[in-house]
Write a protein that binds this ligand. Structure first.
Ligand code: NAI
Length: 354
């Protein structure tokens, strides 16, 4: 969907992409304009972050929420967690003066869903914000802190699988990390500790300095990081960074990172395959954070590290099936996730099983 999305296009997208529910929310008194997207609750209540940012149009915010919610369904299914896919987006600059009022107004809309959508931290929101939201909704996640370590751990396991498929090991491998934030810094640190040579870039110069000082990464230009001649490129900043232009400039043997929806369109996965670039889809590699959040909601972290490490098994299966079927890895992973959801379809939607 684009910013020109009409009502008909929205309804078509809702139907064609099999969404359960889209809640468009407004509270003009506090300046709230938000959306809650519940993609699929077959496997359990939908879980996903609350994103707060200003979009060019509200249609863009709705489109982003829908894309992210759908990816959460697949991520949860492939990670084996009993959760569905959801996401919410508040279309406002996170620095707005009455931020708390806006968050509370959004929380009240979430509360009206009676637990079908469990909110968590996402871009533009913090653990403190989720505490505030938690006072108004039945269930909330991200209260115990930042799941980024577990996200990074799953990404590194996936990088190991991709390197293995290229006949390499982490020791001695050259990896370029785009974005040295919560996840990217952990990824860089784990790889450096395993004797990889790590290159990195971030729009925030302080974060680059910290990574150079603390980890010893090699800083590279923002414009070059995705195009380096390395073993792995690991996008850990925003989504859509691999598009029709940047895909052609990739020189790495593998593409594996944390950034949600890193391909601007799924069809680019076929081009990656044609070019022989090993690609582990983001919704496979970055599920560690979701596993951590789900353990938090269940209040049981037993075996969490092992379950995050098992992301390697899923990544390997995706690569193997892709090779066997001659299909790109995103199509394969979507098929695998779809099979898991379909096998449980009789429970859909979540309120039937409450
Ligand atoms: P973050 O906001 O802590 O870090 C992102 C970093 O990327 C920041 O340092 C920012 O300055 C940098 N950045 C932004 N645009 C850039 C650009 N064009 N070039 C280079 N650097 C740029 O976010 P976080 O939590 O580390 O998440 C990173 C990605 O991973 C996001 O796409 C997020 O959706 C995804 N993700 C994060 C999870 C988590 O547990 N935090 C879980 C699953 C996915």
């Amino acid at each position: 969907m684009t910013s020109q999305t009409s009502t008909t296009e929205l309804l078509t997208a809702l139907h064609d992409r099999d969404f359960e529910q889209i809640v468009l929310c407004r509270d003009p008194e506090v300046g709230l304009e938000s959306v809650i997207a519940v993609h699929d609750t077959t496997l359990g209540p939908s879980l996903g972050g609350v994103r707060m940012r200003s979009y060019a149009s509200h249609a863009d915010a709705v489109a982003d929420a829908m894309n992210l919610a759908q990816a959460m369904t697949y991520k949860a299914a492939l990670a084996g967690v009993p959760l569905g896919g959801g996401k919410s987006v508040i279309n406002i600059d996170p620095r707005v003066a009455n931020r708390d009022e806006v968050l509370i107004a959004h929380a009240k809309y979430i509360a009206s869903l009676n637990g079908r959508y469990i909110p968590g931290v996402d871009m533009g929101t913090s653990v403190r914000d989720l505490e505030l939201i938690g006072r108004h909704v039945p269930v909330v996640s991200s209260q115990r802190g930042d799941p980024s370590y577990f996200t990074a751990r799953g990404v590194v396991r996936s990088i190991e699988v991709a390197l293995d498929a290229c006949g390499r090991t982490v020791a001695g491998a050259r990896v370029a990390v785009q974005g040295l934030g919560n996840v990217g810094l952990h990824v860089a640190r784990m790889l450096a500790r395993a004797d990889a040579q790590v290159f990195g870039a971030d729009i925030d110069a302080d974060r680059v300095h910290r990574a150079v000082d603390e980890i010893g990464i090699i800083a590279v230009d923002l414009a070059d990081v995705l195009q380096l001649d390395v073993d792995v490129v690991a996008p850990c900043a925003g989504g859509g960074v691999i598009d029709e232009k940047t895909v052609g400039a990739l020189r790495a043997a593998a593409l594996v990172g944390a950034a949600n929806n890193m391909l601007s369109t799924n069809s680019l996965a076929a081009e990656l395959r044609t070019r022989g670039i090993v690609h582990i889809p983001d919704f496979v590699a970055n599920a560690g954070g979701l596993l951590a959040v789900e353990a938090e909601v269940r209040d049981d972290e037993t075996g969490l590290t092992e379950r995050v490490d098992a992301i390697a098994d899923t990544a390997r299966e995706v690569l193997n099936r892709s090779t066997a079927a001659g299909t790109d890895t995103v199509s394969v992973a979507l098929t695998m996730a779809g099979e898991i959801v379909e096998a449980n379809r009789k429970h859909r939607p979540y309120f039937r099983t409450e």
